[in-house]
Design a protein around this ligand. Structure first.
Ligand SMILES: Nc1ncnc2c1ncn2[C@@H]1O[C@H](COP(=O)(O)OP(=O)(O)OP(=O)(O)O)[C@@H](O)[C@H]1O
Ligand SMILES: [Mg+2]
Length: 319
């Protein structure tokens, strides 16, 4: 019998630090991943996502901090926790001379928690779910990067899991494959699996996640339900104006909190003013109010405090 696990959090870290030499790749992060969530672990290249994931899975050891996965301390409870965790981490090791089916059969038989009587069927089903049935008998050395990525996903799904940890699962996939993976993640979550998925694309995270954690240079600069972060993300307007006092007065009357905008304004020979929060106002109403009060508005932008809305690929962490 499994002992009952605390209900709320699937992953929890406190002050997690992982250093390489004297550089901290992960610099004291406190992660809270609710059970049942699809948690998008967002961050640009080199921000520490893979390193964090490797520590969570016991593939690397932390320098300090605490980690709990499915309510149990890691790495102490590694052996009891890992059977409930499916993982896809950078570069899954497959035998090139075996087929997709052959590789999964082999990996599943190495898993002493997996039932051998259902193995063939489970392998078949997993390959089907990731859209690899047509290539099931093909040797993996003839697989494309996207196909290997799908095979890695199939491997993570060979058995029902409580938690799936997927490191950039859409890496190497074309737009169609990316859509399929997103759909897959959503269907897994609908089945009750918690999914922790890393990505460097905000747009992608927005489409499949309920929660987000944003990494920047080894630090977790924001985390929470996507909706909350979105709301918090519409957090300030920047006004370029020579009439700072007057603008501050208008912003205050509108219920915004004026402050000084860092590092802006000189190009206009004016000072920039930061209005924190939009107080539910449409940006154009704020501009109209400023202008109506005689404020010379030379520039006006709406920016997110934590993450900037996407216009293309990639994203910018400001927090
Ligand atoms: N084994 C290692 N030895 C030394 N430095 C490492 C090692 N692994 C990672 N790093 C460094 O730690 C930092 C975080 O790397 P990590 O791979 O965790 O980032 P990431 O967010 O997964 O990036 P990407 O989006 O490129 O996958 C980087 O500066 C990287 O160079
Ligand atoms: Mg990575």
């Amino acid at each position: 019998m499994k002992e009952p696990v605390p209900a709320e959090l699937a992953i929890e870290t406190h002050g997690l630090v992982k250093r390489f030499g004297h550089r901290s790749a992960v610099d004291g992060i406190d992660l809270s991943v609710p059970r049942g969530s699809v948690f998008g672990f967002l961050g640009p290249n080199g921000s520490g996502k893979t390193t964090t994931i490797r520590v969570l899975l016991g593939l690397a050891s932390a320098n300090s901090g605490e980690v709990r996965v499915l309510g149990k301390p890691m790495p102490a409870a590694l052996a009891t926790v890992l059977p409930d965790v499916g993982a896809l981490v950078e570069g899954p090791g497959f035998y090139p001379f075996l087929s997709g089916t052959g590789n999964l059969m082999r990996l599943d038989s190495a898993d002493r928690h997996a039932l051998s009587s259902t193995r063939r069927q489970r392998v078949h089903d997993a390959l089907e779910r990731v859209g690899l049935s047509h290539a099931a008998g093909k040797k993996v050395r003839a697989y494309s990067l996207g196909m290997k990525q799908r095979l890695g996903l199939a491997n993570a799904m060979l058995r029902p899991r409580e938690l799936l940890v997927l490191d950039e699962p859409t890496n190497g996939l074309d737009p169609q494959g990316t859509r399929e993976v997103r759909g897959l993640v959503r269907s897994l979550a609908a089945g009750g699996t918690t999914v922790f998925v890393s990505s460097h694309l905000l747009a992608e995270v927005e489409q499949m996640c309920t929660h987000v954690g944003v990494m920047s240079a080894g630090r977790l600069v924001a985390q929470g339900p996507l909706e909350e972060l979105r709301a918090a993300g519409q957090a300030h307007v920047v006004v370029q104006t020579p009439d700072v006092e007057r603008a501050a007065g208008v912003l205050t009357r509108l219920g915004l909190v004026p402050g000084e905008a860092p590092g802006t304004g000189s190009a206009w020979g004016s000072t920039a003013l930061l209005g924190t929060g939009l107080n539910g106002l449409e940006p154009e109403k704020i501009v109209a109010a400023l202008v109506a009060e005689g404020v010379r508005v030379r520039g006006f932008t709406v920016e997110n405090a934590r993450f900037v809305s996407l216009t293309g690929e990639g994203f910018d962490v400001v927090g």
